[in-house]
Design a protein around this ligand. Structure first.
Ligand code: FES
Length: 680
């Protein structure tokens, strides 16, 4: 039996016996414990911090004496004096094993640390980035042993870090000699660890120990907006986030108008490619400025986008995506160089683009699948990414189905008479009293309801400017609940509803939410054409989801996840009253925020997730809504509010939907609750 001291690591539980004098970092490496190091045990980087524990550990059968580790040394003292070391911490490369010891590796010292995601129900991200920093001692040149500086640098990476077959980009050759000499043959190298196609490659070298970090971008390239998260590739932290409008908007608001622009104008696709790439560079400069870092430190970027954006960003004519059978040039994931896409970040920065699912279901939907992982859920999960096009996923561990449905821009406030994008001054929440039919609302930028004291002051700078997407959904659902709107989507007249807020508007009626005309502001109403636009959008969304349910052979789902920036603000109850989503317990309807952006961040920080999503996408079954006759049938039924063919029993147990019908142009009114047979 060995008499060498026992070294036990937590939280991994890995243990082994090591001779007295073994550095804790060495013990960790030999046991495969996840303990970080950039300087390779030279006491420079401080990444190897550990917390030793002393005393009795009956659970592990260990007693740890005070002298179980070597004494605090000069290197640790110097680090503590300059940077400060948390009390109780030691540097794992400096502390030597003297007796049995229990060592805790704190999360920030783990190479594959978990980046905690805010929502409890989702998995954390395991750090495993494409590019890492390595500090090495390079052998000096020797006339008697002729070899190039690069060869000795590569040899150092192999012997000191076990990196095999490392290559270097040309710009490294062009710049390395002065760097090696300046650092007295000690350098820090940023090495891209390679993938199936590319070998590990030195991307950058700094003289001596480089104390900074390297960065990556996770980009959600949408048709309307482009959002970027700048992440620290060592910690996983998001250090800056920013967004811009997609500059391609000037060529057409929606995807199909951009495809037609490229069909009608020679070179139109190239104009749009240039516009989006220029926009991207503006955005990258913006995030780098915000984080106060040099753009050249951005070494990796992951993109998610819909198929049309995908093609236009890559410089591919999207012509084939505008017509059946909607063939993609390539549906696979792409690993490229940023300079091939004219992106002004590190000269040899890499780009990874997630795979597309189908001609209508893009890399953004793949990113949602990566973030929400329906394929790993026991519960049957419906994930809806609400945007100009809704991407819909339905699945569990058995299988996952996907489709996209053309919802149009109504949910984003477009095509709505008082609609606007979500911005200060836009109505985002609304309630209508079912008795008095009076509304009260809140605008973005203020927490005060319109019927509360202080509202006028709260909106003094923004005013009340319009209704955003989530506001219009609440407005219509509240109108339905208050008996101002019938199931077919008709707004009642003042006589029918008993409120002067319902005003005649041509051959139909409108409901006045806010009349700011006396102060020169807008008159904010919900008109019948607004209702129609939302009915079309929500029917497209619902029928896509329902079609996937048919294909799955189910009538109900266990969970609904609303993704997308807009999805984050939708109230579950109102979405269900409207009939946007299937009947489901309200507490099972949750919002995932920008799940596509999160998927991009996961793929950026964890290269293993890239392989995972590529495999998942291959297994996802794609459903093309355009060729499914059931889609039309569901669409017609889903145009009613909430639906003319489906009962919504859970919803009906929570709310009472007034049984009104305004189609006859008149009728009895009883306390605001007309009782008529609902049109089927
Ligand atoms: S490994 Fe760098 S300080 Fe210990």
């Amino acid at each position: 039996m060995t008499t060498d001291p026992l070294v036990l690591f937590t939280p991994s539980g890995k243990r082994g016996h090591f001779p007295v004098g073994t550095p804790v970092l060495t013990a960790a490496r030999q046991l495969g414990v996840d303990l970080d190091s950039v300087c390779g045990g030279r006491g420079i980087c401080s990444k190897c911090q550990i917390t030793p524990s002393y005393g009795e550990f009956p659970k592990h059968g260990v007693t740890v004496a005070e002298a179980a580790l070597s004494e605090w040394n000069k290197v640790e003292q110097r680090y503590d004096d300059i940077r400060g070391l948390t009390k109780g911490r030691r540097l794992g490369c400096q502390a030597l094993v003297q007796g049995d010891i229990v060592i805790d590796v704190p999360p920030e010292s783990q190479v594959h640390r978990q980046v905690v995601r805010k929502r409890a129900e989702v998995r954390d991200i395991t750090m495993n980035p494409s590019t890492r920093l390595y500090y090495v001692d390079v052998e000096h040149p020797d006339m008697h042993k002729p070899s190039g500086d690069l060869e000795r640098l590569i040899e150092a990476l192999e012997t000191q870090w076990d990196l095999q077959d490392v290559k270097a980009d040309l710009h490294i050759l062009q710049s390395m000699q002065p760097v090696l000499r300046k650092g007295d043959w000690k350098v820090t190298a940023a090495v891209h660890l390679g993938d199936e196609i590319h070998p590990p490659t030195i991307m950058h070298i700094w003289p001596g120990f480089y104390d900074g970090s390297i960065y990556g971008l996770a980009i959600d390239l949408g048709s309307t907006t482009i959002a970027a998260h700048l992440c620290d590739l060592q910690t996983g932290d998001v250090v800056a986030s920013s967004g811009i409008m997609n500059p391609q908007i000037r060529f057409g608001e929606d995807l199909m108008s951009r495809v037609s622009y490229s069909m009608m104008n020679k070179g139109g696709d190239q104009e749009m490619t240039q516009a989006v790439r220029e926009g991207m560079n503006t955005l990258f400069a913006q995030v780098a400025d915000e984080a106060e870092i040099d753009k050249a430190l951005i070494v990796d970027a992951v993109f998610v986008c819909n198929p049309v954006m995908h093609h236009l960003f890559l410089g591919i004519d999207p012509f084939e995506l505008g017509q059946a059978p909607f063939a993609l040039t390539s549906s696979g994931a792409l690993s490229l160089y940023a300079k091939e896409l004219d992106l002004e970040i590190h000269p040899t920065a890499r780009v990874y683009i997630l795979p597309c699912i189908a001609g209508h279901v893009g890399a953004d939907a793949a990113a949602v699948a990566l973030s929400e992982a329906p394929d790993k859920s026991k519960d049957l999960m419906l994930v809806v990414d609400v945007g100009t096009n809704a991407e819909i996923l339905l699945g569990n561990t058995d299988k996952v189905l996907a489709c996209s449905s053309p919802t149009g821009p109504a949910f984003e406030g477009a095509q709505i008479s008082s609609g606007q994008r979500a911005a200060p001054g836009a109505i985002e929440r609304i309630e209508i009293d079912p008795e008095t039919k009076e509304p009260r609302f809140r605008v973005i930028g203020s927490d005060i309801w319109s019927n509360e004291d202080g509202f006028a002051d709260a909106i003094a700078t923004t005013g009340v400017t319009g209704i955003c997407g989530s506001g219009i959904i609440e407005a219509i659902a509240e109108m339905r609940l208050a008996g101002l709107l019938d199931a077919s989507g008709l707004i009642g007249s003042a006589e029918q509803t008993g409120t002067s807020r319902c005003i005649a508007d041509g051959r139909t009626n409108s409901y006045v939410i806010w009349d700011g005309s006396e102060e020169g502001g807008p008159n904010i109403t919900v008109t019948n054409p607004d209702i129609r636009a939302i009915q079309m959008a929500k029917a497209a969304l619902y029928s896509g989801a329902r079609l996937l349910m048919d294909k799955f052979g189910v009538d109900t789902v266990d969970k609904v996840i609303l993704a997308g920036a807009f999805g984050a603000h939708i109230s579950a109850k109102h979405a269900m009253v409207l009939g946007m989503i299937p009947d489901c317990p309200l507490d099972k309807v949750t919002s995932a925020g920008n799940a596509a952006g999160t998927g991009a961040r996961i793929a950026l920080l964890n290269t293993k997730a890239r392989t995972e999503i590529e495999n998942t996408v291959r297994r996802i079954e794609k459903i093309e809504t355009a060729v499914e006759s059931r889609f039309q049938e569901h669409f017609v039924n889903a145009s009613a509010i909430p639906n003319s063919a489906e009962p919504f029993p859970i919803l009906n147990s929570i709310v009472t939907l007034p049984d009104v019908n305004f189609n006859t142009g008149g009728g009895e009114q009883s306390g605001g609750r007309k009782r008529r047979r609902r049109r089927e």
